[in-house]
Design a protein around this ligand. Sequence first.
Ligand code: COA
Length: 260
Amino acid sequence: MELNNLLYSVDPDGIAIITLNRPEQLNALSMAVVSELEQVFLRAQSDDTVRGIILTGAGEKAFAAGADISEFKGMNAGDGEQFARNGQAVFSTIEQTAKPVVAAVNGYALGGGCELAMACHLRVASENAKFGQPEVSLGLIPGYGGTQRLPRLVGRGIAIEFLLTGNQVSAQRAYEIGLVNAVASPDALLAVAKELVTTIASKAPIAVAKVLEATRAANLPQDEGMTCEATLFGQCCATDDFGEGVDAFLNRRKPSFTGR
Ligand code: COA
């Protein structure tokens, strides 16, 4: 796997760190970046040694300042629709990862950068991070899922304000509206993200994957979501880790999960 725009490593604790690595362009999401993101997420998903994933940006200024605007020039309606569908598919791949994905937002998360953070399961922001969907200033709307994920995360009223004004909001405001799970100092950002992902990675892996799947079904009508929940609950009952978790609790010991 040749990567020209991302860094990828797996630390000794099995946490994959994916770093957007175009700091001079504020980690703008060119089509090549999006394609590499798909490759690394599929790789992290299929690597049994990986227990969780942190996605962050290189440099001190940006997580990602959006899609690469230089690639927009001359785009017609058909190109634009294809562009959006492609990005949506990759971001859905990220969202459907069966291992916890935490965005460590180290600066600007604008446009596609904000959409990318929202495709992750959890978001930790550094105090200097800024969030926004400025596409209307370019005569556009978000195309990588922003009009769908933002209302689901923060409610339609606040989402519409974001989407229509294009204003940037602080990490603190993002925390208050539920867009991010935690705020950390820039120096502590990766450590806080790692603590979060490591806590989740210590739980039963199949149960973690099923929570992620079940909560995706929260977008369905409630009765369909309930059916999905019951099915997934039943599937958990068929795992070794379910037996281990219950036995460990009853015998007052720490569980040892195997992911089976
Ligand atoms: N696409 C392509 N290049 C981008 C970019 C993007 N989305 N965002 C920043 N860059 C590039 C700039 O062109 C500049 O390149 P240069 O040094 O070759 O001129 C470099 O990154 C630094 O950006 P600059 O604008 O000089 O930094 P700043 O600190 O003055 O402003 C931002 C930072 C994030 C406010 C500003 O870059 C910006 O508004 N970016 C676009 C955000 C946006 O609209 N995103 C949604 C796209 S759909």
